[in-house]
Ligand binder design. Structure first.
Ligand code: ZN
Length: 339
C-alpha cells in the first residue's frame, strides 16, 4: 500500500510550519517543541546516533556513501558527514526541513552537511545496487505499510551493503486510544501521567494527524511479515519503558515471550540491520552525484549549474537553496507548485 498524496502534502505543510517554530519564527503548535526544546531533542538524537554509528563501524560496515531516508533536519546525516568523515545523502519530502539542516548543524557544531535531496521515500532517485549503507530513523511509521519504503531501500543498497532502521514504534495492545497527545502535555495529561495511565488512554501524534500525516504503530506481525524480504537480518524488539530486549534473526523469529508481553502492555520499539546480497558488485563512480537517478525513468542524470537533467525522458530537476528536487515531476507540481 502506498502513502496517500494527502499525507505527503500534510508532511510538506506541517513541517514547513513546524520548522518556523523550531527556528523561533512563530508558535503555531503549543504541543510541539519550541526552539530551545528542539535543540535538546536534536542533541540527544546526535549522541544516541553517534553510539549506534560507532557500533556499526566496529562491525566493519562501510558507512559511506550513505543515504538517510526521512532525514528531516539532517542531524544524523550531518554527524556522519562531519564526525565520521563519511559523505552521503539526506533525503526528505519536506524542503523546509532540509533547508534548516545548515542552521541546526551549526548549532550542533557539525561542520559538514550531506547532499540534500527532496524526494519521496517510496520512489528513491537512485540507481539499483548503488549505496553501501541506507538507513532511516523514526520514518517508516509515517507510511500505511513499511513494505514499499523498505523495498526501495533494499533496491538501492549495493551488494554486501546494509539496510538499517531504528526507533520505529511497535504496537501496544493494552491501549484504548481515546485521544492523541502531543510532545508537550496539557495540564490534565500531566495528571494522568503521574497516575501512570496516560500511555494506556492516548497515543502520540496529535498535531501531525490533523495535517493528514500518518502516525502508525505496526504490530509485531506486520514487522515480521515485511522483514521476510531480507535474506540476512538481525532484529531487536524492545519494550518502551522497561523489560528485556529480544534479538531475532531471519530463521529464528522467536521473540522472548516476556519482551512480547511487555511490548503488548507498554508499547515498544524495533531496530533492524539487514545485509543485502546482489548478483553483482556496484559500478564504481567518480563522484557521489553519479549515483543519482531520474525518479521517473531511473536513468542516470547529468548535471548543469542549477539543475539535474534526464536526457532519456527530457525532465529537468531544479536545485534550490542547495536542495536537489528529485520528486517525480507530477508529484513536485502538486507539492511544490512554485518550484
Ligand atoms: Zn528520466
Amino acid at each position: 500500500m502506498r502513502q496517500p498524496q494527502k499525507s505527503k502534502f500534510g508532511e510538506v505543510v506541517f513541517r514547513q510550519k513546524l520548522v518556523d517554530q523550531h527556528l523561533g519564527k512563530n508558535k503555531s503548535f503549543p504541543g510541539q517543541p519550541d526552539q530551545k526544546q528542539i535543540l535538546d531533542v536534536l542533541k540527544e538524537r546526535v549522541d544516541s546516533s553517534r553510539k549506534i554509528f560507532k557500533n556499526l563501524q566496529k562491525r566493519n560496515l562501510t558507512l559511506s556513501p550513505f543515504l538517510e531516508i526521512g532525514a528531516e533536519k539532517c542531524q544524523r546525516a550531518s554527524l556522519l558527514s562531519s564526525g565520521f568523515k563519511s559523505p552521503g545523502f539526506a533525503l526528505d519530502i519536506s524542503f523546509e526541513s532540509l533547508k534548516s539542516a545548515a542552521y541546526f548543524a551549526k548549532k550542533l557544531k557539525l561542520n559538514k552537511l550531506p547532499v540534500l535531496i527532496c524526494a519521496d521515500a517510496e520512489n528513491l532517485p537512485f540507481a539499483d545496487n548503488s549505496l553501501p549503507f541506507v538507513f532511516a530513523f523514526e520514518t517508516l511509521h509515517h507510511f500505511p505499510d513499511p513494505r514499499k519504503t523498505l523495498e526501495e531501500m533494499k533496491r538501492v543498497t549495493a551488494n554486501n551493503g546494509y539496510v538499517f532502521f531504528s526507533e520505529e514504534p511497535v504496537k501496544q495492545t493494552v491501549n484504548l486510544p481515546v485521544w492523541r497527545r502531543d510532545f508537550n502535555l496539557t495540564k490534565y495529561e500531566k495528571i494522568l501521567k503521574k497516575l501512570f495511565i496516560l500511555p494506556f488512554l492516548s497515543t502520540l501524534g496529535a498535531s501531525e494527524t490533523r495535517y493528514g500525516i500518518l502516525e502508525n504503530v505496526f504490530p509485531v506481525s506486520t514487522w515480521q511479515s515485511c522483514l521476510k524480504m531480507f535474506e540476512e537480518i538481525e532484529t531487536i524488539y524492545e519494550p518502551v519503558f522497561f523489560g528485556p530486549k529480544s534479538k531475532v534473526g531471519r530463521n529464528n523469529q522467536f521473540i522472548n515471550p516476556l519482551t512480547r508481553f511487555l511490548i503488548g502492555l507498554q508499547g515498544g520499539g524495533i531496530t533492524a540491520l539487514a545485509k543485502i546480497k546482489k548478483p553483482q558488485n556496484p559500478p564504481t563512480v567518480k563522484n557521489v552525484y553519479d549515483l543519482l537517478a531520474c525518479p521517473k525513468c531511473r536513468k542516470k542524470l547529468s548535471r548543469n549549474i542549477s539543475t539535474f537533467n534526464c536526457k532519456s525522458c527530457k525532465q529537468t530537476y531544479p536545485i534550490k537553496d542547495k536542495v536537489i528536487f528529485l520528486l517525480n515531476p507530477v508529484l513536485r507540481k502538486k507539492l511544490y507548485p512554485n518550484i
